[in-house]
Design a protein around this ligand. Structure first.
Ligand SMILES: O=C(O)CCC(=O)C(=O)O
Length: 344
């Protein structure tokens, strides 16, 4: 253990009560000795139990069919989600929107995003209306087991197989050890070859086999060669799924105007693109304290913050990056159409 880690030990210990997941960034989370005695196993089990307790209340706002779909699969799919008239306006507005967006490159994939806060409604009225749909909000709260407002964006994923290294999102993985909701409202049809989202049905459930797998990973994750695995986003070799009683990942091949809300602590991936693809979606993310220790407080929903929350989070991350407190936020690029395949 490094000397600095000893000084920071109270902070490392406090982090166990929150979302921190890295087996290399936190010496307690990465400790084989503690994990042999059940530290990771207990974090996973406690997060799962408390998420289901919160869902018992959040589920009242959903249909039985939606609750059953989540319980069985770990995701909910709603076709023809937006009224046709609103969806037609979103389809006109989104691709043609010109913005100095944020872009992040991961190997051959570039993700481009602009925020869809209420304050953005002057530029993107239809997209902001869609992103603030109350049904979407309720589904995300349930799947993420967190009674809070999600962060919403207009997002384009541009993949060019000729451009570089593997996109890490195409490797089957879970984002973390506790429930998280991610939402995609697809603006075009997503076919087999369009780099669809893929999910292993039922892999969000904490079965005995899954508990044993999590325990096993926790003993060695800190020394994994895969940096994402070591940082707590466990990678899952597809050939090991059978051992957990799980089938293969299912590609979510869907028509335009389909909403998918998934708990990405189940195994999922982006299907690799064999040709250049441009996928556009209204995208949302919601992750809260795994154990419900936020005391019901949701500062992002407070007056003056709610209507600009995704923009404020970006500004806060820019600032934190500048002071070296976090990694660098996604850079702003020169203005371009949201559907442009050209990237920096
Ligand atoms: O874009 C996708 O289809 C999946 C992305 C993904 O794997 C993730 O957000 O963790």
């Amino acid at each position: 253990m490094k000397a600095l880690d000893v000084v920071k030990m109270p902070l490392h210990a406090l982090a166990l009560m929150g979302k921190t997941k890295s087996f290399v960034g936190n010496p307690l989370i990465g400790s084989r000795w503690l994990n042999e005695r059940g530290l990771h196993r207990q974090r996973v089990a406690f997060a799962d139990r408390s998420a289901w307790a919160r869902r018992a209340r959040l589920g009242r706002a959903l249909s039985a069919e939606e609750r059953d779909a989540y319980a069985r699969d770990g995701f909910v799919i709603r076709r023809d989600f937006l009224p046709a008239e609103l969806f037609a306006r979103v389809r006109d507005e989104a691709p043609a929107h010109v913005a100095a967006a944020r872009e992040m490159r991961q190997g051959r994939a570039v993700t481009r995003r602009v925020a869809l806060d209420r304050v953005d409604a002057a530029r993107l009225p239809a997209c902001v209306a869609a992103a603030n749909d109350a049904r979407l909000d309720r589904l995300m709260r349930y799947v993420g087991a967190h009674d809070a407002v999600p962060l919403m964006y207009l997002q384009t994923i541009i993949v060019d197989p000729a451009r570089g290294a593997q996109d890490p999102q195409t490797v089957l993985h879970r984002d973390t050890f506790h429930a998280i909701a991610k939402a995609w409202l697809f603006l075009q049809d997503v076919g087999e070859d369009d780099g669809p989202f893929a999910y292993v049905s039922g892999s969000h459930r904490l079965t005995d086999a899954m508990r044993a797998w999590e325990y096993e990973q926790s003993l060695t994750a800190a020394s994994s060669d895969n940096p994402y695995h070591a940082r707590g986003s466990f990678r899952m070799p597809p050939e090991d799924l059978g051992r957990l009683g799980l089938g293969p990942a299912m590609k979510v091949v869907v028509p335009a105007n389909t909403l998918v809300v998934a708990d990405t602590h189940g195994f999922h991936a982006r299907t690799p693109s064999l040709r250049q693809t441009v996928r556009m979606e209204i995208y949302g993310t919601l992750r809260g304290n795994p154990y419900g220790l936020g005391c019901g407080l949701d500062p992002l929903a407070w007056p003056g913050i709610r209507s600009r929350r995704a923009n404020l989070v970006d500004q806060a991350e820019d600032l934190a990056g500048r002071f070296g407190l976090l990694g660098k936020n996604w850079p702003l690029v020169s203005p371009r159409r949201m559907d442009s395949a050209s990237v920096d």
